[in-house]
Design a protein around this ligand. Structure first.
Ligand code: NAP
Ligand code: MG
Length: 402
Protein backbone atom coordinates (compact mmCIF):
# COMPACT_ATOMS: atom_id res chain seq x y z
CA UNK A 1 0.00 0.00 0.00
CA UNK A 2 1.44 3.38 -0.95
CA UNK A 3 1.44 6.16 1.62
CA UNK A 4 -0.84 9.18 1.40
CA UNK A 5 1.04 12.20 0.07
CA UNK A 6 0.82 15.64 1.70
CA UNK A 7 1.34 19.02 0.04
CA UNK A 8 1.82 21.64 2.76
CA UNK A 9 3.51 20.64 6.02
CA UNK A 10 1.74 20.78 9.38
CA UNK A 11 3.30 22.84 12.13
CA UNK A 12 4.08 20.24 14.78
CA UNK A 13 4.50 21.37 18.39
CA UNK A 14 5.85 18.64 20.64
CA UNK A 15 5.23 18.84 24.38
CA UNK A 16 5.82 17.36 27.82
CA UNK A 17 5.57 14.34 30.08
CA UNK A 18 3.06 11.56 29.34
CA UNK A 19 1.56 13.35 26.36
CA UNK A 20 5.05 13.59 24.82
CA UNK A 21 5.36 9.79 25.11
CA UNK A 22 1.91 9.36 23.53
CA UNK A 23 2.82 11.85 20.80
CA UNK A 24 5.63 9.60 19.59
CA UNK A 25 3.47 6.44 19.80
CA UNK A 26 0.75 8.10 17.72
CA UNK A 27 3.18 9.16 15.01
CA UNK A 28 4.93 5.76 14.92
CA UNK A 29 1.83 3.58 15.04
CA UNK A 30 -0.97 5.59 13.49
CA UNK A 31 0.47 8.21 11.16
CA UNK A 32 3.86 7.21 9.65
CA UNK A 33 2.69 3.76 8.44
CA UNK A 34 -0.10 5.37 6.38
CA UNK A 35 0.88 8.96 5.59
CA UNK A 36 4.05 10.40 4.11
CA UNK A 37 3.98 12.92 6.95
CA UNK A 38 5.32 16.41 6.36
CA UNK A 39 5.77 18.64 9.39
CA UNK A 40 7.81 21.61 10.51
CA UNK A 41 8.86 20.47 13.99
CA UNK A 42 9.05 22.67 17.09
CA UNK A 43 10.02 21.23 20.44
CA UNK A 44 7.83 22.97 23.03
CA UNK A 45 9.03 20.59 25.74
CA UNK A 46 9.88 22.65 28.81
CA UNK A 47 13.61 21.93 28.62
CA UNK A 48 13.94 23.34 25.13
CA UNK A 49 11.66 26.29 25.88
CA UNK A 50 14.03 27.14 28.71
CA UNK A 51 17.12 26.72 26.49
CA UNK A 52 15.68 29.07 23.87
CA UNK A 53 14.28 31.57 26.39
CA UNK A 54 10.84 30.55 25.10
CA UNK A 55 11.69 31.78 21.59
CA UNK A 56 10.66 28.35 20.25
CA UNK A 57 7.05 29.00 21.32
CA UNK A 58 6.98 32.31 19.48
CA UNK A 59 8.58 30.71 16.41
CA UNK A 60 5.98 27.93 16.44
CA UNK A 61 3.13 30.45 16.60
CA UNK A 62 4.67 32.49 13.77
CA UNK A 63 5.07 29.31 11.70
CA UNK A 64 1.35 28.61 12.23
CA UNK A 65 0.64 31.99 10.63
CA UNK A 66 2.84 31.04 7.71
CA UNK A 67 1.61 27.47 7.09
CA UNK A 68 -1.95 27.73 8.41
CA UNK A 69 -2.46 24.52 10.39
CA UNK A 70 -0.74 23.32 13.57
CA UNK A 71 -1.03 20.34 15.88
CA UNK A 72 0.10 20.77 19.48
CA UNK A 73 0.96 18.36 22.27
CA UNK A 74 0.08 19.31 25.87
CA UNK A 75 2.80 21.33 27.58
CA UNK A 76 3.73 22.21 31.14
CA UNK A 77 2.85 25.69 32.31
CA UNK A 78 5.62 26.24 34.86
CA UNK A 79 4.83 27.08 38.46
CA UNK A 80 7.28 27.39 41.38
CA UNK A 81 7.63 23.59 41.68
CA UNK A 82 8.42 23.20 37.98
CA UNK A 83 11.03 25.94 38.14
CA UNK A 84 12.84 23.80 40.72
CA UNK A 85 12.16 20.46 39.01
CA UNK A 86 13.55 21.64 35.64
CA UNK A 87 16.01 24.15 37.06
CA UNK A 88 14.45 26.86 34.90
CA UNK A 89 15.97 30.28 34.22
CA UNK A 90 12.53 31.80 34.66
CA UNK A 91 8.90 30.90 35.28
CA UNK A 92 8.02 30.92 31.58
CA UNK A 93 4.48 31.88 30.56
CA UNK A 94 1.88 29.37 29.47
CA UNK A 95 2.70 28.34 25.87
CA UNK A 96 -0.99 28.28 25.06
CA UNK A 97 -1.28 31.85 26.35
CA UNK A 98 1.66 32.94 24.19
CA UNK A 99 0.27 31.20 21.10
CA UNK A 100 -3.22 32.64 21.67
CA UNK A 101 -1.80 36.14 22.10
CA UNK A 102 -0.02 35.82 18.72
CA UNK A 103 -2.81 34.12 16.77
CA UNK A 104 -5.78 35.74 18.61
CA UNK A 105 -8.96 33.84 17.97
CA UNK A 106 -11.40 31.50 19.60
CA UNK A 107 -10.96 28.07 21.15
CA UNK A 108 -13.64 25.50 20.23
CA UNK A 109 -13.97 22.42 22.40
CA UNK A 110 -16.15 19.44 21.57
CA UNK A 111 -16.55 16.06 23.27
CA UNK A 112 -15.91 12.82 21.39
CA UNK A 113 -19.01 10.70 21.83
CA UNK A 114 -18.77 6.88 21.86
CA UNK A 115 -21.26 4.15 22.72
CA UNK A 116 -20.84 2.88 26.24
CA UNK A 117 -19.63 6.16 27.71
CA UNK A 118 -22.92 7.78 28.68
CA UNK A 119 -23.09 11.48 29.55
CA UNK A 120 -24.01 12.21 33.17
CA UNK A 121 -26.84 14.35 31.83
CA UNK A 122 -29.34 11.83 30.47
CA UNK A 123 -30.83 14.11 27.82
CA UNK A 124 -27.52 14.92 26.10
CA UNK A 125 -27.42 12.81 22.95
CA UNK A 126 -25.43 15.21 20.75
CA UNK A 127 -22.17 17.02 21.45
CA UNK A 128 -22.16 20.46 23.06
CA UNK A 129 -19.33 22.49 21.62
CA UNK A 130 -17.94 25.30 23.77
CA UNK A 131 -16.53 28.33 21.95
CA UNK A 132 -14.22 30.13 24.33
CA UNK A 133 -13.10 33.68 23.63
CA UNK A 134 -9.33 33.39 24.01
CA UNK A 135 -8.43 37.02 24.69
CA UNK A 136 -8.70 39.47 27.59
CA UNK A 137 -10.94 39.80 30.66
CA UNK A 138 -9.39 38.39 33.83
CA UNK A 139 -6.64 36.63 31.84
CA UNK A 140 -4.95 39.95 31.10
CA UNK A 141 -5.99 41.76 34.27
CA UNK A 142 -4.32 44.05 36.77
CA UNK A 143 -5.02 43.36 40.41
CA UNK A 144 -4.29 45.21 43.59
CA UNK A 145 -4.48 44.41 47.27
CA UNK A 146 -5.79 47.45 49.14
CA UNK A 147 -4.25 47.65 52.59
CA UNK A 148 -5.77 50.87 53.93
CA UNK A 149 -8.73 53.21 53.48
CA UNK A 150 -8.81 55.28 50.29
CA UNK A 151 -10.56 55.89 47.01
CA UNK A 152 -10.27 53.59 43.98
CA UNK A 153 -11.03 55.04 40.56
CA UNK A 154 -11.07 53.84 36.99
CA UNK A 155 -9.03 56.33 34.94
CA UNK A 156 -8.75 56.43 31.17
CA UNK A 157 -6.24 58.88 29.68
CA UNK A 158 -6.68 59.49 25.97
CA UNK A 159 -3.82 60.18 23.55
CA UNK A 160 -4.08 63.96 24.19
CA UNK A 161 -3.86 63.50 27.95
CA UNK A 162 -7.47 64.15 28.81
CA UNK A 163 -8.87 61.94 31.55
CA UNK A 164 -12.17 60.18 32.11
CA UNK A 165 -12.70 59.01 35.69
CA UNK A 166 -15.19 56.84 37.41
CA UNK A 167 -15.34 55.91 41.09
CA UNK A 168 -14.97 52.20 41.77
CA UNK A 169 -15.19 52.23 45.54
CA UNK A 170 -14.32 54.30 48.59
CA UNK A 171 -12.52 51.88 50.85
CA UNK A 172 -12.85 52.45 54.61
CA UNK A 173 -11.03 49.20 55.34
CA UNK A 174 -8.72 46.80 53.43
CA UNK A 175 -9.97 45.05 50.31
CA UNK A 176 -9.12 43.98 46.76
CA UNK A 177 -9.32 45.57 43.33
CA UNK A 178 -9.16 44.40 39.73
CA UNK A 179 -9.05 46.06 36.32
CA UNK A 180 -9.65 44.25 33.04
CA UNK A 181 -10.31 45.02 29.41
CA UNK A 182 -11.25 43.74 26.03
CA UNK A 183 -11.11 45.27 22.55
CA UNK A 184 -13.77 45.67 19.87
CA UNK A 185 -11.39 44.07 17.40
CA UNK A 186 -11.07 40.92 19.49
CA UNK A 187 -14.78 40.69 20.33
CA UNK A 188 -15.67 41.10 16.65
CA UNK A 189 -13.33 38.36 15.58
CA UNK A 190 -14.67 36.16 18.39
CA UNK A 191 -18.21 36.72 17.09
CA UNK A 192 -17.26 35.98 13.47
CA UNK A 193 -15.32 32.86 14.48
CA UNK A 194 -18.42 31.59 16.31
CA UNK A 195 -20.82 32.35 13.45
CA UNK A 196 -18.47 30.73 10.94
CA UNK A 197 -17.94 27.65 13.08
CA UNK A 198 -21.69 27.21 13.66
CA UNK A 199 -22.28 27.43 9.89
CA UNK A 200 -19.43 25.01 9.23
CA UNK A 201 -20.80 22.50 11.74
CA UNK A 202 -24.48 23.24 10.90
CA UNK A 203 -25.25 23.73 14.59
CA UNK A 204 -27.25 26.42 16.40
CA UNK A 205 -25.22 29.09 18.19
CA UNK A 206 -25.98 30.20 21.73
CA UNK A 207 -24.31 33.16 23.36
CA UNK A 208 -24.70 34.29 26.95
CA UNK A 209 -23.20 36.89 29.26
CA UNK A 210 -24.28 38.74 32.41
CA UNK A 211 -25.42 41.90 30.61
CA UNK A 212 -28.11 42.71 33.19
CA UNK A 213 -25.41 43.33 35.80
CA UNK A 214 -22.53 44.38 33.57
CA UNK A 215 -24.44 47.00 31.63
CA UNK A 216 -21.47 48.33 29.65
CA UNK A 217 -18.88 45.54 29.52
CA UNK A 218 -20.97 42.42 28.98
CA UNK A 219 -23.68 44.38 27.20
CA UNK A 220 -21.12 45.41 24.60
CA UNK A 221 -20.38 41.74 23.82
CA UNK A 222 -24.11 41.20 23.29
CA UNK A 223 -24.43 44.25 21.00
CA UNK A 224 -21.40 43.32 18.90
CA UNK A 225 -22.74 39.79 18.33
CA UNK A 226 -26.19 41.11 17.43
CA UNK A 227 -24.86 43.71 14.99
CA UNK A 228 -22.56 41.27 13.20
CA UNK A 229 -25.29 38.63 13.10
CA UNK A 230 -27.82 40.96 11.50
CA UNK A 231 -25.37 42.48 9.02
CA UNK A 232 -23.42 39.42 7.94
CA UNK A 233 -24.96 36.13 9.02
CA UNK A 234 -28.74 36.21 9.41
CA UNK A 235 -29.43 35.11 5.83
CA UNK A 236 -26.75 32.42 5.88
CA UNK A 237 -28.14 31.01 9.12
CA UNK A 238 -31.69 30.90 7.68
CA UNK A 239 -30.39 29.15 4.59
CA UNK A 240 -28.54 26.59 6.71
CA UNK A 241 -31.62 26.08 8.90
CA UNK A 242 -29.78 27.02 12.08
CA UNK A 243 -30.46 29.60 14.75
CA UNK A 244 -28.53 32.20 16.73
CA UNK A 245 -29.85 33.31 20.07
CA UNK A 246 -28.65 35.34 23.01
CA UNK A 247 -29.68 34.78 26.60
CA UNK A 248 -28.46 35.50 30.14
CA UNK A 249 -25.70 33.21 31.36
CA UNK A 250 -27.81 31.77 34.20
CA UNK A 251 -30.67 31.06 31.81
CA UNK A 252 -28.19 29.47 29.38
CA UNK A 253 -26.91 27.12 32.09
CA UNK A 254 -30.45 25.99 32.88
CA UNK A 255 -31.26 25.44 29.20
CA UNK A 256 -28.00 23.59 28.52
CA UNK A 257 -28.76 21.06 31.25
CA UNK A 258 -32.26 20.42 29.87
CA UNK A 259 -31.14 20.31 26.22
CA UNK A 260 -30.31 17.35 24.02
CA UNK A 261 -27.03 18.98 22.90
CA UNK A 262 -26.07 19.61 19.31
CA UNK A 263 -25.19 23.32 19.50
CA UNK A 264 -22.25 25.68 19.87
CA UNK A 265 -22.20 27.58 23.17
CA UNK A 266 -20.18 30.79 22.86
CA UNK A 267 -18.65 31.88 26.17
CA UNK A 268 -16.55 34.77 27.36
CA UNK A 269 -13.02 33.82 28.35
CA UNK A 270 -13.61 32.86 31.99
CA UNK A 271 -17.03 31.28 31.39
CA UNK A 272 -15.47 29.17 28.63
CA UNK A 273 -12.61 28.06 30.87
CA UNK A 274 -15.00 26.84 33.57
CA UNK A 275 -17.85 25.56 31.40
CA UNK A 276 -15.59 23.55 29.10
CA UNK A 277 -14.27 21.56 32.06
CA UNK A 278 -17.80 21.02 33.30
CA UNK A 279 -19.12 19.96 29.90
CA UNK A 280 -16.09 17.69 29.27
CA UNK A 281 -16.54 15.90 32.57
CA UNK A 282 -20.29 15.67 32.20
CA UNK A 283 -19.76 13.99 28.81
CA UNK A 284 -17.41 11.52 30.46
CA UNK A 285 -13.80 12.59 30.56
CA UNK A 286 -11.40 15.42 29.82
CA UNK A 287 -9.43 12.84 27.86
CA UNK A 288 -12.33 12.73 25.35
CA UNK A 289 -12.40 16.47 24.63
CA UNK A 290 -10.94 18.01 21.48
CA UNK A 291 -9.80 21.58 21.22
CA UNK A 292 -9.04 23.85 18.28
CA UNK A 293 -7.95 27.47 18.21
CA UNK A 294 -9.34 29.27 15.15
CA UNK A 295 -7.80 32.65 14.40
CA UNK A 296 -9.70 35.44 12.64
CA UNK A 297 -7.34 35.07 9.65
CA UNK A 298 -8.29 31.40 9.39
CA UNK A 299 -5.30 29.72 11.04
CA UNK A 300 -5.96 26.54 13.01
CA UNK A 301 -4.20 25.00 15.97
CA UNK A 302 -5.46 21.58 17.14
CA UNK A 303 -4.75 20.05 20.55
CA UNK A 304 -6.21 17.91 23.33
CA UNK A 305 -8.07 19.74 26.10
CA UNK A 306 -6.23 17.93 28.92
CA UNK A 307 -2.75 18.52 30.32
CA UNK A 308 0.44 16.46 30.33
CA UNK A 309 -0.95 13.80 32.73
CA UNK A 310 1.94 14.23 35.14
CA UNK A 311 0.96 11.44 37.58
CA UNK A 312 0.99 8.83 34.80
CA UNK A 313 4.34 10.09 33.54
CA UNK A 314 6.02 9.56 36.91
CA UNK A 315 4.67 5.99 36.91
CA UNK A 316 6.01 5.56 33.38
CA UNK A 317 9.45 6.84 34.48
CA UNK A 318 9.48 4.26 37.28
CA UNK A 319 8.89 1.57 34.67
CA UNK A 320 5.34 0.93 35.86
CA UNK A 321 2.57 0.21 33.38
CA UNK A 322 0.27 3.13 32.48
CA UNK A 323 -3.14 3.26 30.90
CA UNK A 324 -3.27 6.81 29.57
CA UNK A 325 -6.03 7.77 27.16
CA UNK A 326 -4.65 9.03 23.83
CA UNK A 327 -8.01 9.74 22.16
CA UNK A 328 -8.01 13.54 22.42
CA UNK A 329 -4.40 13.71 21.20
CA UNK A 330 -5.21 11.41 18.27
CA UNK A 331 -8.17 13.67 17.41
CA UNK A 332 -5.82 16.66 17.48
CA UNK A 333 -3.83 14.90 14.74
CA UNK A 334 -6.91 13.91 12.74
CA UNK A 335 -8.34 17.43 13.05
CA UNK A 336 -5.12 18.95 11.74
CA UNK A 337 -4.64 16.39 8.95
CA UNK A 338 -8.28 16.74 7.84
CA UNK A 339 -8.03 20.54 7.74
CA UNK A 340 -4.74 20.30 5.82
CA UNK A 341 -6.43 17.89 3.41
CA UNK A 342 -9.39 20.25 2.93
CA UNK A 343 -7.16 23.27 2.34
CA UNK A 344 -4.88 21.42 -0.07
CA UNK A 345 -7.66 19.50 -1.84
CA UNK A 346 -6.31 16.09 -0.75
CA UNK A 347 -9.36 13.84 -0.49
CA UNK A 348 -7.42 10.80 0.65
CA UNK A 349 -5.89 12.75 3.55
CA UNK A 350 -9.39 13.84 4.62
CA UNK A 351 -10.62 10.29 4.31
CA UNK A 352 -7.63 9.00 6.31
CA UNK A 353 -8.56 11.33 9.18
CA UNK A 354 -12.15 10.04 9.08
CA UNK A 355 -10.97 6.42 9.09
CA UNK A 356 -8.59 6.96 11.99
CA UNK A 357 -11.36 8.57 14.04
CA UNK A 358 -13.70 5.68 13.20
CA UNK A 359 -11.01 3.17 14.24
CA UNK A 360 -10.67 4.94 17.61
CA UNK A 361 -14.43 4.81 18.23
CA UNK A 362 -14.68 1.23 16.99
CA UNK A 363 -11.93 0.11 19.39
CA UNK A 364 -13.70 1.61 22.41
CA UNK A 365 -17.14 0.43 21.29
CA UNK A 366 -15.75 -3.10 20.93
CA UNK A 367 -14.80 -2.89 24.61
CA UNK A 368 -11.07 -2.18 24.40
CA UNK A 369 -10.14 0.96 26.30
CA UNK A 370 -7.86 2.69 28.78
CA UNK A 371 -8.53 2.66 32.52
CA UNK A 372 -10.23 6.05 32.72
CA UNK A 373 -12.85 4.93 30.19
CA UNK A 374 -13.25 1.43 31.62
CA UNK A 375 -14.28 3.10 34.89
CA UNK A 376 -17.08 4.89 33.00
CA UNK A 377 -18.14 2.48 30.29
CA UNK A 378 -21.46 0.70 30.67
CA UNK A 379 -20.51 -2.00 28.13
CA UNK A 380 -20.98 -5.46 29.67
CA UNK A 381 -17.66 -6.78 28.35
CA UNK A 382 -14.66 -4.50 28.50
CA UNK A 383 -10.93 -4.92 28.61
CA UNK A 384 -8.49 -2.38 30.05
CA UNK A 385 -5.28 -2.10 28.09
CA UNK A 386 -2.06 -0.14 28.62
CA UNK A 387 -1.16 3.09 26.86
CA UNK A 388 0.70 1.54 23.92
CA UNK A 389 -1.56 -1.50 23.47
CA UNK A 390 -4.59 0.78 23.13
CA UNK A 391 -2.88 2.58 20.26
CA UNK A 392 -1.87 -0.76 18.69
CA UNK A 393 -5.49 -1.96 18.88
CA UNK A 394 -6.53 1.19 17.02
CA UNK A 395 -3.82 0.58 14.43
CA UNK A 396 -5.11 -2.94 13.80
CA UNK A 397 -8.63 -1.64 13.05
CA UNK A 398 -7.33 1.28 11.01
CA UNK A 399 -5.22 -1.03 8.85
CA UNK A 400 -8.28 -3.23 8.21
CA UNK A 401 -10.31 -0.20 7.08
CA UNK A 402 -7.67 1.35 4.83
P1 NAP B 1 -3.95 16.78 33.47
O1 NAP B 1 -2.76 16.45 32.70
O2 NAP B 1 -5.12 17.26 32.67
O3 NAP B 1 -4.37 15.53 34.33
C1 NAP B 1 -5.17 15.57 35.50
C2 NAP B 1 -5.71 14.19 35.81
O4 NAP B 1 -6.79 13.91 34.90
C3 NAP B 1 -4.72 13.08 35.58
O5 NAP B 1 -3.91 12.87 36.71
C4 NAP B 1 -5.63 11.92 35.27
O6 NAP B 1 -6.27 11.40 36.43
C5 NAP B 1 -6.71 12.59 34.44
N1 NAP B 1 -6.35 12.63 33.01
C6 NAP B 1 -6.13 13.73 32.25
N2 NAP B 1 -5.86 13.40 31.00
C7 NAP B 1 -5.90 12.05 30.95
C8 NAP B 1 -5.67 11.10 29.92
N3 NAP B 1 -5.35 11.49 28.67
N4 NAP B 1 -5.78 9.78 30.21
C9 NAP B 1 -6.10 9.38 31.45
N5 NAP B 1 -6.32 10.24 32.48
C10 NAP B 1 -6.22 11.55 32.23
O7 NAP B 1 -3.62 17.89 34.53
P2 NAP B 1 -2.40 17.95 35.58
O8 NAP B 1 -1.78 16.61 35.75
O9 NAP B 1 -2.99 18.66 36.72
O10 NAP B 1 -1.40 18.91 34.90
C11 NAP B 1 -0.19 18.46 34.37
C12 NAP B 1 0.43 19.58 33.55
O11 NAP B 1 -0.37 19.85 32.42
C13 NAP B 1 0.59 20.87 34.29
O12 NAP B 1 1.96 21.23 34.32
C14 NAP B 1 -0.21 21.88 33.49
O13 NAP B 1 0.48 23.09 33.38
C15 NAP B 1 -0.33 21.22 32.15
N6 NAP B 1 -1.53 21.55 31.38
C16 NAP B 1 -1.35 21.77 30.05
C17 NAP B 1 -2.43 22.01 29.22
C18 NAP B 1 -2.18 22.22 27.76
O14 NAP B 1 -1.06 22.21 27.31
N7 NAP B 1 -3.21 22.42 26.99
C19 NAP B 1 -3.72 22.02 29.75
C20 NAP B 1 -3.89 21.77 31.12
C21 NAP B 1 -2.78 21.54 31.91
P3 NAP B 1 -5.67 10.19 37.31
O15 NAP B 1 -4.32 10.66 37.76
O16 NAP B 1 -6.67 10.10 38.41
O17 NAP B 1 -5.59 8.99 36.44
MG1 MG C 1 -9.67 25.26 32.69
Amino acid sequence: MSKIIMKTPLVEMDGDEMTRIIWQYIKDELVHPFVDLKTIYFDLGLKYRDETDDQVTIDAAEATKKYGVAVKCATITPNAERVKEYNLKKMWKSPNGTIRAILDGTVFRAPIIVKGIEPFVRTWTKPICIARHAYGDIYNNTEMRIEKPGKAELVFTDEYGSETRSLIHSFDSPGILMGMHNTDKSIRSFARACFNYALDQKMDLWFATKDTISKTYDHHFKDVFQEIYEKEYEDKFKEAGIEYFYTLIDDAVARVIRSEGGFVWACKNYDGDVMSDMVANAFGSLAMMTSVLVSPEGFYEYEAAHGTVQRHYYKHLKGESTSTNSVATIFAWTGALRKRGELDGLDDLVSFADKLESAVKQTIEEGIMTGDLAALSVLPEKKTVNTLDFIKEIRKRLAENM
